[in-house]
Each structure stands twice: as structure tokens, then as C-alpha cells.
Design a protein around this ligand. Structure first.
Ligand code: NDP
Ligand code: MG
Length: 400
């Protein structure tokens, strides 16, 4: 039987990689549903190529998109907005949801998929940063399956014992001999540049990642290393470990995608070309393996693998992520919201790249929210998110 896949965020970079794999394995996977947001011409072309059963666009575009599809002779159910994304994520026909929407916008559909007991391939790290406890609890309660496709977390997942993989990848304690996790970080385009050079960086320089080709938001996050900060928080929730059990090491070659350190001194690492098709294919076919179409690693061409300690002054966002994780979920929601606004403001030309960390820190210290209890739900989370966004916009408007 084929697995019916809903790709939420189909028009983005993760969407591209996912659909490239699905196109290569039509006998194993059916593209059941797709979603897009602004790039609707691209979404239309994907509808022509993959002929999904359902598609989701912003609410205002539902009618015109439906007309366009029917004029092209395509009979596809068009749904709109957040409700449309949730409808697709919970559809009884959907087996697997690829959660590849960027930012907080990806949270409601990801959570809905968990509550519907789906198999979720998670790219959207912001969902875990905002709602880690709620999302993991929903996965366990509703017997959903959460498979990380963020390359570092996918690498760690692959290096864990099968018994932990099958227990929702939750390590809980050190009884399995796991001593630490090591997240690798490329360091992005400014690894070897000074803070002053970073301060003068243009948008084009900031989004030009040395090893990976990704969407704009995550590319800026990689330049500030907020991406590694978000991934640290993501790893705490995914693997149920405190932040002090997770180390970050700079590894400019992006060949080792992360490591698990065991108590006997073994370090298990997952290596591969820096290509998101590998972790996506792993999660699609787990526990089996399929051809991802990525380039094999040329080990003879690798001259050296370097490991460097991160500079937390230059990359203050990484320090902020640890602080927020120690403070609690309310702080990680604030940090994520502040960062989304700050990154959008940088991409808009309103602030400098290095202002992002300042703005994030100011929002974290200035927005006061009470500690979220264990029974907190998505509405409580979104209320904090809204409050923090409003505050960050005020900081940005004063700076610009
Ligand atoms: P892109 O910007 O390339 O794609 C984002 C997708 O989300 C697009 O389909 C976009 O639609 C859609 N989208 C944006 N805003 C909204 C919204 N408000 N409502 C509904 N849909 C929306 O991002 P990436 O593919 O690079 O990243 C996606 C997620 O995966 C992020 O959370 C990122 O951190 C994570 N990730 C990405 C990696 C990568 O290599 N790219 C690696 C690991 C994790 P449209 O384009 O039509 O506007
Ligand atoms: Mg990553």
C-alpha cells in the first residue's frame, strides 16, 4: 500500500526536497495534499505535476485558485487558511504529514496532526520551540509518530538505540548509556568574519549559506546561529533532555550532522553530504531505507574535519537560547516570536544583522509573562507569542 503524504509548505525548500524524493518513488508514496502561501504559481505547477487530491492556499485565494485548477482540467479540492491546513493534517486519508511551513504559522497544523495520530515528518522546529511539551504530549497520547527531518535531530535519532527510537525517541535519563548529545553547527557565512563585518552584512551575504541551500528565514537564523539555538531547544523536547546535556560544536564542513556520546566513551555520528534529501528520505521510509537521490559522500575528497568551540559573544543568539530554555517554555515562546519579527525586519532592510540578537535579548528581558503550567494549551502559547511580537515590533520601530 502506498503512503499518502500531505506536504504542508510544499512551495518551500523542504517542500522541494520532499517532492523530489516522492517523484522518484511513485509506487511507494502518493502525493495526497499540498499547501502554499505566496508562491501560488509554483503551487499551481506542482498541482499539474503531482495531481494531489487536495490543496491549501490562503483563504483569500481559494476561489481564484480553484478556478485556475478547473480551467486546467484539474479536479482538486481547494481549502483555505489555517482551518484548511488543519483539515488536511487531520484528514482520514492522510497517512503522513510533512510539517514544512516556516515559523509559528506551522504550529496549529502540526499539533492537529499529532492529535489525529498521524505520522509527522517534522521540519518546522519553531513548533517544538513554542509548544514542545504540548506537542510531545499530544504525540504520546494519540499514538502519533514524530520523526525529525531537521538534519541534526535526524542524525541523533539515527544514532540512538532502537528501543529509544520506538519510545518516541525520549531518552529521559542516562539509563541507556547516553551521556550527551552533540549538535554540529556549520557556523554559517560569518564563521571566519569579524563582528564588525557581520554588522555590515547585506541580506544577500547573510542568506548565502556556505553548505546548505535553504529558505530565507532559516538562512538568516544560520547566519546569527539562532538556528542552532532553536535546534538546541528542539533537541531538549524531542529527546527529553535538559539543555546542559546538549553541546554545540562548530563543524564548518557539515559532514557530521550530529553525534550521540555514550558512557563507555563511544561517539556515534551520522555522516552524509549536506543535502536535506537524506534525512527526509530516512524519515519517509523509516524503519526501512530508500534511495534519496543525494550525492554519495566522497570520503577521499574530504581533507579534514574541523571542530571549533562556538564564540558566544559573536553569536549571542545561541547564549540566549540556553538562557530561555533554562527559564522555561514561556521564555522560548518569547524568544521565537522576537526572532521571527527581527529576522523579517532584517530581510526588509530595517535593521542590521547584528541587531537581531540585541532585539531578541531586549524582548526576552522586557516582556514579562508568568510561567506556563503543565496544563497550558495552544491558546496560552499563542497569547504569549502575540504579546512578544507586539513588543518586538515596538523595539524595531524605535530603532529604524
Ligand atoms: P521556505 O521559506 O523555503 O518555505 C516555507 C514554506 O512555508 C513555504 O511553502 C511557504 O509558502 C510556507 N509558508 C510561509 N508562511 C506561511 C504562512 N503564514 N502560512 C502557511 N504557509 C506559510 O522555508 P524552508 O523550507 O527552508 O523551511 C521550512 C521549515 O523547515 C522551517 O521551520 C525551517 O526552520 C525548517 N528546516 C529547514 C531546513 C532547510 O534545509 N530548508 C533544514 C531544517 C529545518 P510560500 O513559499 O508559497 O509563501
Ligand atoms: Mg538543522
Amino acid at each position: 500500500m502506498t503512503q499518502r503524504i500531505a506536504v504542508l509548505g510544499a512551495t518551500g525548500s523542504i517542500g522541494d526536497s520532499t517532492l523530489a524524493i516522492l517523484a522518484d518513488h511513485p509506487q511507494d508514496y502518493t502525493v495526497y495534499a499540498l499547501s502554499g502561501y505566496q508562491r501560488l504559481d509554483k503551487l499551481f505547477a506542482l498541482c499539474q505535476q503531482f495531481k494531489p487530491t487536495r490543496v491549501c492556499v490562503p483563504t483569500k485565494d481559494v476561489d481564484s485558485f480553484a478556478q485556475r485548477l478547473s480551467a486546467a482540467g484539474l479536479s482538486i479540492d481547494v481549502v483555505g487558511g489555517k482551518a484548511g491546513l488543519i483539515d488536511i493534517a487531520t484528514d482520514v486519508q492522510t497517512d503522513t504529514v510533512v510539517a514544512a511551513i516556516v515559523g509559528a504559522a506551522g504550529l496549529p497544523s502540526t499539533l492537529a496532526a499529532a492529535r489525529a495520530g498521524k505520522r509527522i515528518l517534522l521540519a518546522n522546529k519553531e513548533a517544538l520551540v513554542m509548544a514542545g511539551e504540548v506537542l510531545i504530549r499530544a504525540v504520546k497520547t494519540h499514538k502519533a509518530t514524530l520523526l525529525p527531518i531537521d538534519s541534526e535531530h535526524n542524525a541523533i535519532f539515527q544514532c540512538l538505540p532502537a528501543s529509544i527510537q520506538q519510545d518516541h525517541a525520549q531518552i529521559h535519563d542516562v539509563s541507556h548509556g547516553v551521556r550527551k548529545l552533540w549538535l554540529t553547527a556549520s557556523g554559517g557565512p560569518f564563521l571566519n568574519q569579524t563582528f564588525e563585518q557581520m554588522q555590515r552584512a547585506s541580506v544577500a551575504q547573510a542568506v548565502k549559506h556556505p553548505n546548505w541551500s535553504m529558505g530565507q528565514k532559516i538562512s538568516v537564523d544560520s547566519a546569527t546561529m539562532m538556528n542552532k539555538g532553536l535546534e538546541l531547544i528542539e533537541a531538549c523536547h524531542l529527546f527529553d533532555l535538559p539543555e546542559d546535556k546538549i553541546n554545540v560544536v562548530m563543524h564548518p564542513q557539515s559532514i557530521i550532522h550530529s553525534m550521540v556520546e555514550y558512557s563507555d566513551g563511544s561517539y556515534l555520528a551520522q555522516l552524509g553530504s549536506p543535502d536535506m534529501k537524506t534525512p527526509i528520505a530516512h524519515a519517509l521510509s523509516y524503519p526501512n531505507r530508500i534511495d534519496s537521490g543525494s550525492q554519495p559522500l566522497d570520503l577521499f575528497a574530504l581533507s579534514a574535519l574541523e571542530f571549533i568551540k562556538p564564540d558566544l559573544q559573536k553569536f549571542a543568539c545561541l547564549r540566549l537560547a540556553r538562557q530561555a530554555m533554562q527559564a522555561g517554555t514561556q521564555a522560548t515562546i518569547v524568544l521565537n516570536a522576537a526572532n521571527e519579527i527581527a529576522v523579517a525586519s532584517f530581510l526588509d532592510g530595517q535593521i542590521r544583522l547584528t541587531d537581531i540578537a540585541d532585539i531578541n535579548e531586549r524582548t526576552l528581558t522586557q516582556v514579562s509573562v508568568s510561567t506556563l503550567g503543565r496544563d497550558a494549551d495552544i491558546d496560552d502559547i499563542l497569547a504569549i507569542d502575540t504579546l512578544a511580537r507586539r513588543h518586538t515590533k515596538m523595539i524595531v520601530s524605535k530603532m529604524a
